[in-house]
Structures are given as structure tokens and as C-alpha cells.
Design a protein around this ligand. Structure first.
Ligand code: HGY
Ligand code: MN
Ligand code: MN
Length: 452
């Protein structure tokens, strides 16, 4: 599958070709074959094809980092990238990359991308549609014979969801150069370390830094993604622009009580689950009041028997907000209330932070490009939306400016097999994303021709 060096090498500069028109008429320039390959129906068919790579039976989708399914979807994405005129390689962290050179080889790149991994029982568009939209845009640029004043790269990230190792954004952190080597000791549900998983996948955990990009080699990152709303649907709009990606903190919280016989009277109990239940509703109340989002999505009860008082409960907390200081203030309040609830019930507790991603504000210039792209599809005055979901862009923002295009999805439903997008919205998104790239191209000076 790897058919090019891990890092694209700048070739010999060739004389600059004449710059393309700022807004070329794509429709007239594309061959029918490419028009078909980059149509909404083709993109949706590719989503269906990728959905088949899953570890779950009965058509359910679960595809996680550094597995056979990951390898297979990378290979498929690489094939489509090459068909679109890109050279391809899998980077040192297992991200599948493709590159279309600009007017001269070796120019800084505009990255387009999203992720190919999924949560358990996932939909087929979260992340995946963004990768396919990016490939389609490059396909159209290649087919129209355009040479841009920058290279365009597509990155299909291997891990955004963090489903396998409990830590999100591993692929995009590696690309941004912010991968922390202590994460190599993380384990999956079978006790396999991330270090061993890299080795089994054919990657060298000691060479992860090879995946890191430099700010100088990039001009920005654009990502198209289903909205996971339902704000676009409620506003009857197909497309929107992301203002900020909410910052998220995640915690593993353990409540300790005392297990015992279910005949024990209430006044003698230290019931960890009763305390946890109070904590879950307290978290909801505080987060609602603060205007933030909080989710307790994972709960384990020990020993988990019908006639035994729960002696220990482990629960997760995912807390998100637009402003980091508000979110941190809310966490302090939640933490103080956990302490008060535990004290009132004679329980003890411990907290471990498992994830901390600051909120990321999208870059105004790149946002303007997305707005121009949306306007070109006739969807004027698009909504500016806070993304409550996390995205690869959060990590990529550490190395280059980012912006995002949101695509309406039915009912805002995501992380569920019912995830659904309309073909007309996918068509509009592909056109808008293409025009956003061309808008940036028109606004970027061409490199001075190099003397032969
Ligand atoms: O958890 C999230 O927000 C994202 O879907 N990974
Ligand atoms: Mn997701
Ligand atoms: Mn996603």
C-alpha cells in the first residue's frame, strides 16, 4: 500500500505554469468519469464500501486504530487518492496521506482531511465523509488541470475517536508533533499496549515523530464533517461554518464504598452506586446551569450482583464548553460537589483526567474561504456554529491554522447506525469545499519562477 516515501520530497522546481483563473468553471472542465466519481452518489457509495470493514457482525460498524480493518480502509483510501492524481503514503502513525503537488513541487501544503476510525455501533459518515469529500476535491482539481500556488494533501487520520486506547486524536496528535510518548503504555481492552499495536501494524513506535509536520510545510487545514447537530437541520440549512471547536476534558472517576449483603440496613451501608447516581444527576444539573455539555457515558459497578451492595463504581465524565475557563470553573464546582456527596454518604473517591483538549477557534481567513465556498453553492449567509463534537482539527491546530465546513445530518444523530446525510447536501458540500480551496488559491501569490 505504501508506494511513496514517508515524507514527500520536493523535486526539481519546474517553470511556473500560468496561474489558473481564480474561479474556473469546474463543470465544463471535468470529464464525465470524474464528474461521476466525485458525485454525491459516488461518495455515499464509498461510505457504504468502507462501512463493510468492521469488527462487529450484522452490519454494525466498529473500526479502530491499528487493526486489520484500519489497514484495509487505508488501502482503499490510498487507491482512491491515486485515482485522484495524488502520490500516497502511510505516515509513521498509520495516517493515510495523499499529495497533489502545486505549480512547483515541494510547496507548502493545504491539508484536507478527517478520520476513518469509528466508535462502536457507529454511523457511516462521521469522519469518513470528510475524507471522501477531500479526495473528491483533489480529483476535480487534477481533472481540471489546475496547478495551485500550494500543494494539496489529503490526510485520512487513523485515530480520532480514541475508542481503542481511551485517548482521542492519536493520529492527528502525531501529525501535529504533540504525541506524548507516555501514551505508548496505554492498553486496549485486551491488555495490548499502544506500543505493541504499532509494531504489530508494521510501524516503529520509536519513529512516530516522523509523522510530525512543521508549520513551515503547511498553509492550513480544512475539514468537512457532518454537523452532529441538529442546529443546521433546525435552521433548514445544508451547510454551516464552524466558529470554535469546544474544548473537552474527560475524567475517570472512582467511587469507593463497601460491598456487602443486600440484607444490610440502610443506616449501615456505604453504597457506591447510590452515591454515583446522585453524582450523575448533580453533574447534569450543574452543566445545564452553566450552559455546558456533560456526559457520563460509561459506568461499571463492582461486584455487579443482584444481592450485593455495590462496593465500587467507576464512571466517566466528558465535559465540553466553548470557553476553557468556564469549563474549568464548572469542573471545579462538579469536583467539590462529588466530594460533598461522598462525604455525606461516607464514601471516598478518586479522579484521573484522561483527556484535555482546549477549545480551538477557527482561523478567520480559512473561515472566509469556507464562507465563499458555501456562498458559491447558493447557500448565502451560512450559520456560524460552535462544534460541540471534537475533531482532528483540534489537534492539527497546534501546527497550522484550521477551519471546518459542517454538513447537515438528519436529526443531528451521530455515533449511531441511524446517522444519515442527504445526497443533495453531500453534493453541495463537495462543491463548497472545492470552491473554498480555489478561493484560497486565488488569494495566494504564486511562487516566483526559479531560474533553470
Ligand atoms: O467525541 C467526539 O466529540 C468526537 O466525535 N470524537
Ligand atoms: Mn465521532
Ligand atoms: Mn468525527
Amino acid at each position: 500500500m505504501t508506494d511513496a516515501p514517508a515524507t514527500p520530497s520536493p523535486g526539481t522546481p519546474s517553470p511556473a505554469a500560468p496561474p489558473p483563473a481564480a474561479t474556473p468553471s469546474r463543470a465544463s472542465a471535468l470529464s464525465p468519469e470524474v464528474t461521476d466519481r466525485t458525485s454525491a452518489l459516488s461518495l455515499l457509495a464509498r461510505c457504504d464500501e468502507l462501512a463493510a470493514y468492521s469488527t462487529l457482525p450484522d452490519g454494525l460498524i466498529r473500526r479502530v486504530y491499528l487493526t486489520d480493518e484500519h489497514r484495509a480502509v487505508n488501502a482503499l483510501a490510498a487507491t482512491w487518492m491515486r485515482e485522484a492524481g495524488m502520490t500516497t503514503w502511510q505516515d509513521a502513525a498509520g495516517n493515510q496521506c495523499g499529495r497533489l503537488e502545486g505549480v512547483t513541487p515541494g510547496l507548502p501544503a493545504l491539508l484536507l482531511g478527517s478520520h476513518l476510525d469509528t466508535v462502536p455501533s457507529a454511523g457511516r459518515y462521521d469522519g469518513i465523509l470528510g475524507v471522501l469529500t477531500a479526495i473528491a476535491v483533489v480529483d476535480r482539481i487534477t481533472s481540471a488541470g489546475l496547478r495551485l500556488p500550494f500543494a494539496v494533501e489529503v490526510v485520512a487520520f487513523g485515530d480520532e475517536e480514541g475508542t481503542r486506547f481511551g485517548r482521542a486524536l492519536l493520529g492527528s496528535r502525531a501529525l501535529a508533533g504533540t504525541f506524548d510518548d507516555t501514551w505508548l503504555d496505554l492498553t486496549d481492552e485486551n491488555g495490548v499496549t499502544l506500543r505493541d499495536a504499532y509494531t504489530a501494524f508494521g510501524l516503529d513506535p520509536a519513529r512516530l515523530t516522523d509523522a510530525a509536520r512543521t508549520p513551515e510545510s503547511l498553509i492550513g487545514y480544512l475539514e468537512a464533517h457532518i454537523e452532529q447537530g441538529p442546529y443546521l437541520e433546525e435552521a433548514s440549512r445544508a451547510l454551516g461554518i464552524v466558529s470554535t471547536i469546544a474544548g473537552a476534558r474527560r475524567f475517570a472517576i472512582t467511587i469507593n464504598g463497601h460491598a456487602g449483603h443486600s440484607g444490610t440496613p440502610f443506616y449501615r451501608r456505604k453504597d457506591a452506586l447510590a452515591g454515583a447516581a446522585e453524582i450523575v444527576t448533580m453533574i447534569e444539573t450543574i452543566a445545564r446551569h452553566a450552559g455546558l455539555i456533560a456526559t457520563v457515558g460509561h459506568l461499571e459497578v463492582f461486584p455487579n450482583a443482584v444481592n450485593v451492595i455495590p462496593g465500587r463504581v467507576e464512571l466517566s465524565l466528558d465535559l465540553r464548553g466553548e470557553f476553557d475557563d468556564e469549563r474549568d470553573q464548572t469542573w471545579s464546582e462538579i469536583n467539590a460537589n462529588i466530594a460533598a456527596i461522598c462525604q455525606g454518604r461516607d464514601l471516598t473517591f478518586s479522579v484521573r483526567q484522561t483527556h484535555n483538549a482546549p477549545a480551538v477557534v477557527c482561523n478567520p481567513r480559512l473561515r472566509e474561504a469556507i464562507a465563499a465556498g458555501i456562498a458559491s453553492t447558493g447557500n448565502d449567509d451560512p450559520d456560524l456554529l460552535l462544534s460541540r463534537a471534537g475533531h482532528d482539527g483540534m489537534a492539527v491546530a497546534d501546527v497550522t491554522p484550521i477551519a471546518m465546513l459542517f454538513i447537515r445530518c438528519r436529526g443531528g444523530v451521530s455515533h449511531h447506525p441511524d446517522e444519515h446525510v442527504e445526497a443533495a447536501d453531500v453534493a453541495a458540500a463537495t462543491d463548497a469545499f472545492e470552491q473554498a480551496v480555489l478561493f484560497l488559491a486565488a488569494a495566494t501569490p504564486f511562487p516566483a519562477p526559479t531560474a533553470p
